[in-house]
Design a protein around this ligand. Structure first.
Ligand SMILES: [Zn+2]
Length: 253
């Protein structure tokens, strides 16, 4: 009996093998999503299969999987798919079945749009929009553009950020930023035309002076073609807001 016990212990030690990255050992954590990183899709799927096994093993024989197990997850996850992370370029697992519905974090979205963030910095880091407001505004705009699937081409447009800065003073809630972004996406689906502001037009002058703070900014916008979708969404937004204010101002009949 004693010998048998000793044998078992020894045999258990020998079957314990080192898990390699290609077999599903995570190689680190993504600094943007905080998810475990796997070297390939195959490795991620192996880890996922092991997670599923560990879950059923736990439910059948409690204590069979222990905290020292490299695959041990104290929280049950329902991962069903692996995807390549656009930011860290390694593989993660997700419980979201449809690839279209993986929602990137705002931080990931910013990493993916460096050119748009440069334009955002330019327009938002001025005295008209304090530094603490700047972060909130940028976050709300990025989130809204992504959720409404606004084309990348529009993310880098000077007009978009100039208008966003102007809208900020109206203290939009996140839902209103989404509404604005949705109007841009809808307008862009109808036309991707651009229009060049006309310096001799009083209407264009009024439009531009409304959202700029100095002559340098004015000159810049006069020389920058604007997507009609962006201008239309802005005007529609102001129109809705004006109608609401008018309705509220009218006494009940
Ligand atoms: Zn990642």
């Amino acid at each position: 009996m004693l010998d048998n016990g000793g044998m078992k212990k020894k045999a258990h030690k020998n079957t314990k093998k080192t898990v390699r990255p290609q077999d599903g050992m995570p190689v680190g954590k993504c600094q943007f999503s905080n998810k475990k990183q796997y070297v390939s899709e195959d490795a991620a799927l192996k880890a996922m299969a092991h997670n599923v096994q560990s879950r059923s093993a736990r439910s059948i024989m409690r204590g069979w999987v222990h905290a020292g197990d490299p695959f041990y997850h104290p929280i049950v996850k329902n991962e069903c798919r692996a995807y390549k992370c656009p930011v860290c370029k390694l593989w993660h697992l997700t419980s979201v079945a449809d690839p279209e519905h993986v929602r990137l974090t705002t931080r990931e979205l910013m990493e993916l749009h460096p050119e748009a963030m440069a334009v955002a910095d330019k327009w938002l880091r001025t005295n008209t929009c304090g530094t603490s407001a700047y972060g909130d505004l940028r976050t709300n705009v990025v989130r809204s553009l992504a959720d409404s699937k606004v084309a990348d081409e529009l993310w880098v447009e000077e007009w978009l950020w100039a208008i966003a800065r102007s809208l900020y003073s109206r203290k939009l809630r996140l839902g209103q930023w989404h509404e604005w972004a949705r109007m841009i996406a809808e307008g862009y689906a109808k036309t991707d035309d651009v229009m060049k502001p006309d310096a001799s037009s009083k209407a264009d002058f009024a439009l531009i002076s409304h959202i700029t703070t100095d002559t340098d900014e004015m000159t810049e916008l006069f020389n920058t073609p604007a997507h009609i979708a962006i201008i239309a969404a802005w005007q529609a937004y102001l129109h809705d807001e004006l109608s609401r204010l008018n309705r509220e101002a009218e006494p009940e009949a």
